[in-house]
Design a protein around this ligand. Structure first.
Ligand code: UDP
Length: 323
């Protein structure tokens, strides 16, 4: 049993991770400023004496005597991270430095949640870890992409110079229960819209692709990587099953038996055209294998959204896209 810190622990991925770690018998501290996460995401965990939620902004230093640090704190959906882009960069740079400093102080292992966004709008398809990416450093996504790229460089420098034991997953699109229905991501938007009988907002012509991983599979990959005996370097985690955004819209319409129409909106600036992880390294090193097929994962997500009466309010994307 270990004492584990999860920054961003009240967010979508963070709350699932805390749940999994508690289930394994660990003591878990979730650190979150609740700017994009919510207390509701971890309300069911607060009953455990081994769980605590600390409201704190990761750009300010903090101290906990822990053995593992999962650094997940950052806004992650494009509308959220573009709302205050300077802060997004700072969370990823200063927040990551604070996590690494804590790791150095307590000799704790640090897992930094990186992202497929480090590949930008990729010219190599699918994306292996060796691909160095195509990021527009002056574009609307730069605050997140470059923030996460700088975080990767900090991780490697703390490893080389300060001997911090690090892990560096690159997380591809993930979905599941407890996604924020209002954060503007494609899976949550489409489900909210379909359940509420609104038009589904497809950006561009919907031919851009993504590869969607169910949250339980992704969390399993994070834990496997953290507990792997040595640092295997940057590692893609996700599900390589690729589809177009239009196909996703049609799938969600079918599963919700929705009468909603598809409405085409302008494509946001810098929107990557294609994205699919090469996960050979995670398969070979960690025995990682995504197991939940899209239909099953979407069904669970739809059920959870319906149970929380989501769809009674408009999806954020529909407002942003028409703004
Ligand atoms: N998207 C869409 N409609 C929406 C929200 C997103 O067509 O209501 C598209 C978006 O333009 C992108 C893809 O879906 O091509 C995935 O968007 P998301 O914001 O979920 O994540 P990203 O992978 O772009 O960070």
């Amino acid at each position: 049993m270990m004492r584990i810190l999860v920054t961003g622990g009240a967010g979508f991925l963070g709350s699932h991770l805390c749940e999994r770690l508690l289930h394994e018998g660990h003591e878990v501290i979730a650190l979150d400023d609740l700017s994009t996460g919510s207390r509701a995401n971890v309300a069911h965990l607060l009953r455990s004496r081994r769980f605590s939620l600390v409201e704190h902004d990761v750009t300010n230093p903090y101290d906990f005597a822990v053995q593992r640090i999962y650094n997940l704190a950052s806004p992650a959906s494009p509308p959220q991270y573009q709302r205050d882009p300077v802060r997004t960069t700072m969370i990823n740079v200063i927040g990551t430095r604070n996590a690494l400093d804590l790791g150095r102080r307590h000799r704790a292992r640090v897992l930094q949640a990186s992202t497929s966004e480090v590949y930008g709008d990729p010219e190599v398809h699918p994306q292996p870890e060796s691909y160095r990416g195509s990021v527009d450093s002056t574009g609307l996504r730069a605050c997140y992409d470059e923030g996460k790229r700088c975080a990767e460089s900090l991780v490697m420098d703390y490893k080389r110079k300060c001997f911090v034991d690090v892990r560096l997953p690159r997380i591809f699109n993930t979905y599941g229960p407890r996604m924020d229905p209002e954060d503007g991501r494609v899976v949550s938007n489409f489900i909210v819209q379909a359940l509420g009988g609104e038009d589904l907002t497809v950006y561009g012509d919907g031919s851009q692709t993504r590869s969607f991983c169910y949250v339980d599979d992704l969390i399993d990959g994070l834990v496997r990587l953290m507990e792997h005996a040595e640092d295997p370097g940057p590692m893609n985690l996700g599900n390589p099953a690729e589809m177009t955004v239009l196909e996703l819209a049609e799938e969600i319409r079918k599963l919700t038996k929705s009468q909603s129409q598809i409405l085409f909106h302008p494509l946001p600036e810098g929107d990557p055209k294609q994205r699919r992880p090469v996960i050979d390294k995670a398969r070979a090193t960690l025995g990682f294998e995504p197991r939940v097929p899209l239909q099953k994962g979407l069904r669970r997500t739809i059920e959870s959204f319906a149970a929380h009466a989501v769809g009674k309010r408009p999806a954020r994307g529909s407002r942003l896209a028409t703004a």
